[in-house]
Design a protein around this ligand. Structure first.
Ligand code: SAH
Length: 364
């Protein structure tokens, strides 16, 4: 809740508005997790808040997997016993300071079924509410005992299909948790009529569009939802978004060996981007293998050649470093067997099963 909402809550409980300010401080600055520990508030108010069912949000961690590179994947349990995945990615720069990125989910599962993505294969169950998105970031802070500096909406789900909660969570992350807007990225494969809506919020965050192909024909085979949203319309919307917000759109391109990773594809991509604007940025993601997929990860040589072909055509390009591969936490690898069907009530049995399946995943 925002400070204003907390002030209203205080008023609703017959208190003065400044109690809302206090609540905001206790929740977001002091990061106190139990209402009982809000000792600055009168005991009677604490009791009333608890009796009315109010809680300080923290989703319980159902399972945690640590990768050898320090990346941690959390499975968080929602109130309806579904699990959602969140990844914490620490990076230490040359000066020794740590940047901590939270890769958050916006939905449980995903309805869009991109052919190379594990989340889509598991089906869709529901949208996350704003607090369920924010609590993922708080969970990462708790585990790492470090503040989250960057947030990417690149976990499970398609953020533009849950725009209301994503924008509300963005507001909270920025205004209440104090993560800079420029440190937040929203990633979308493209959902008709949503970019215009997002543009009205004039966020100073990066919008990343998952392109994966330089032409409609190929894109349709990789991204089924592209049939309903042709590439030309998508590029037009990206241009309008830029004109409206002054924020450049960046493009993600998952490289699938032998499918979309040739130098010819790179040239076509450069042409496409030049046609629609200037100074684009492309983020290349070498495919991270997922179970049951025919796609292959490209050789390093192909990735370098693709990137060089873009760079020589004045398209700035970065290659995403793969993190968390051994924890199945790398891009597109997020999937859990409880995204569609909630956990069975006997939590211990489910936990044991989960443990086993994780071990199999790690061993294979
Ligand atoms: N629904 C959003 C967020 C998806 S995850 C979107 O489509 O943009 C972030 C990025 O990881 C997307 O570009 C997605 O296409 C990519 N991705 C998904 N699965 C992948 C995989 N197995 N290997 C590499 N990248 C993958």
């Amino acid at each position: 809740m925002s400070e204003l909402e907390l002030q209203q809550l205080a008023l609703d409980f017959g208190q003065q508005g400044y109690r809302g300010k206090q609540l905001h401080h206790l929740i977001y600055k002091r990061k106190i997790k139990e209402i009982d520990e809000f000792v600055q508030l009168p005991q009677a108010l604490r009791n009333e808040l608890q009796e009315a069912g109010w809680k300080v949000g923290r989703l319980p961690v159902h399972h945690m997997v640590t990768s050898t590179d320090g990346t941690i994947k959390l499975l968080l349990k929602l109130v309806d016993d579904r699990l959602v995945e969140t990844v914490g990615i620490p990076v230490t720069d040359e000066n020794g300071s740590v940047r901590l990125t939270a890769c958050v989910s916006s939905q449980v599962g995903c309805p869009l079924r991109c052919s190379f993505c594990a989340t889509g294969k598991g089906g869709f169950s529901r949208n996350l509410q704003r607090h369920e998105i924010v609590e993922q970031v708080l969970a990462i802070e708790d585990i790492f005992k470090h503040r989250v500096t960057n947030v990417v909406f690149m976990g499970m789900g398609e953020p533009m299909m849950n725009l209301k909660s994503v924008v509300e969570a963005h507001r909270c992350l920025n205004k209440d948790i104090q993560i800079g807007q420029r440190m937040i990225t929203i990633s979308t494969v493209g959902v008709p009529n949503t970019m215009k809506r997002l543009a009205t919020y004039k966020l100073q965050s990066t919008l990343a569009v998952s392109l994966h192909a330089p032409n409609q024909k190929l894109r349709e085979t990789i991204v089924p939802s592209a049939k309903a949203y042709p590439l030309e319309a998508l590029m037009q919307d990206c241009r309008d978004y830029f004109l409206e917000t002054n924020r450049r759109v960046s493009f993600e391109y998952t490289l699938l060996a032998g499918v979309n990773d040739s130098v010819e594809h790179a040239k076509e991509l450069a042409e496409l981007l030049h046609q629609w604007g200037r100074g684009h940025h492309v983020n290349l993601i070498p495919f991270n293998p997922i179970e049951g997929s025919e796609y292959k990860r490209p050789y390093r040589k192909a990735v370098i050649a693709f990137s060089a072909a873009l760079e020589s055509r004045k398209i700035t390009t970065s290659v995403r470093q793969t993190r968390g591969l051994d924890a199945s936490a790398a891009c597109g690898q997020l999937r859990n067997e409880f995204q569609k069907t909630p956990l069975v009530k006997d939590a211990d049995a489910a936990g044991a099963e989960m443990q086993q399946s994780q071990e199999v995943a790690l061993a294979s």
